[in-house]
Design a protein around this ligand. Structure first.
Ligand code: 3PG
Length: 209
C-alpha cells in the first residue's frame, strides 16, 4: 500500500475542507486546485461531508481526497465506501487502531503524546498526525520524538497558520502541515474562492521555497 507521503508527493500543505454542502466542497477544492494543490482532507463533521467528498472526487478525478475526523469503525466504513483515498483520525485508542490495521488506503492516526506514538507504532503506523499540534507540545514535541522514535514522521494540525508553519516544516520528521487557515469558514460563507486560492498558493510557495 502507498504511504501517505507517497500520496503527498512534493506537497507539504494538507489543506482541510469543511463543507456544509457538496457544491461548497467542490468550490473549495476547485479554489485549492487553482493553487496547485492535488491532495485535500475533507473533515467528516457536517451532514454533507461524505457527499462533498464524493462530489470533489467526481469533479476533480485527479485530486487525492481523504477523509478526516474518523473516530470509529462505522465512520471508517462509510468513508472507505465513499472512496476516501486516505484516512486521518484526530486521536487513537487500541480499538480504533485495530480497526485501522485492515484499512485498504493509507492511514494517518492522530496522536497527542508519547504514549499515543508508541501505541500507534505497535499497530504498525509511522506516519502520524499531531493534534492539536500547538496545544500538544508543538514543534518542540516533534523534535523530541525524533530522538526516540526516528522511524516516525508527523503531520501537525490544529493551530497551524502561515505564522508558525515554518517552525514545523524545518524539522526533518515533519511530513507536512495541516490546517483550515487556508479556507476559513468566513471565506467559504462569503464565496471568497480567490482568497482561498491565494492563501494556498502563498502557503505552497513559502513551503516550497
Ligand atoms: C483538524 O481537523 O486537524 C483541525 O480541526 C485543524 O485545526 P485548525 O482548524 O486549527 O487548522
Amino acid at each position: 500500500m502507498a504511504s501517505f507521503k507517497a500520496l503527498l508527493g512534493e506537497q507539504v500543505l494538507l489543506p482541510i475542507i469543511q463543507a456544509d454542502t457538496a457544491a461548497q466542497g467542490v468550490a473549495i477544492a476547485g479554489a485549492m486546485q487553482q493553487a496547485g494543490i492535488h491532495l485535500v482532507e475533507v473533515v467528516l463533521r457536517t451532514e454533507a461531508s461524505i457527499a462533498a467528498m464524493q462530489a470533489i472526487k467526481a469533479a476533480y478525478p485527479n485530486m487525492v481526497v481523504g477523509a478526516g475526523t474518523v473516530t470509529n469503525a462505522e465512520i471508517l466504513k462509510v468513508a472507505i465506501a465513499a472512496g476516501a483515498d486516505f484516512i486521518i483520525t484526530p486521536a487513537v485508542s487500541p480499538n480504533l487502531l485495530s480497526q485501522l490495521c485492515d484499512c485498504p488506503v493509507p492511514v494517518v492516526p492522530g496522536v497527542s503524546n508519547s504514549a499515543d506514538v508508541l501505541l500507534a507504532i505497535e499497530h504498525g503506523f509511522t506516519e502520524l498526525k499531531l493534534f492539536p499540534a500547538t496545544l500538544s507540545g508543538g514543534a518542540a514535541f516533534i523534535k523530541a520524538m525524533g530522538a526516540v522514535f526516528p522511524q516516525v514522521s508527523f503531520c501537525p494540525t490544529g493551530g497551524i497558520s502561515d505564522k508558525n508553519k515554518d517552525e514545523f516544516l524545518t524539522l526533518p520528521n515533519c511530513l507536512a502541515v495541516g490546517g483550515s487557515w487556508v479556507a476559513p469558514s468566513d471565506w467559504v460563507e462569503s464565496a471568497s474562492w480567490d482568497k482561498i486560492t491565494a492563501a494556498c498558493a502563498q502557503a505552497n510557495q513559502a513551503l516550497a521555497g
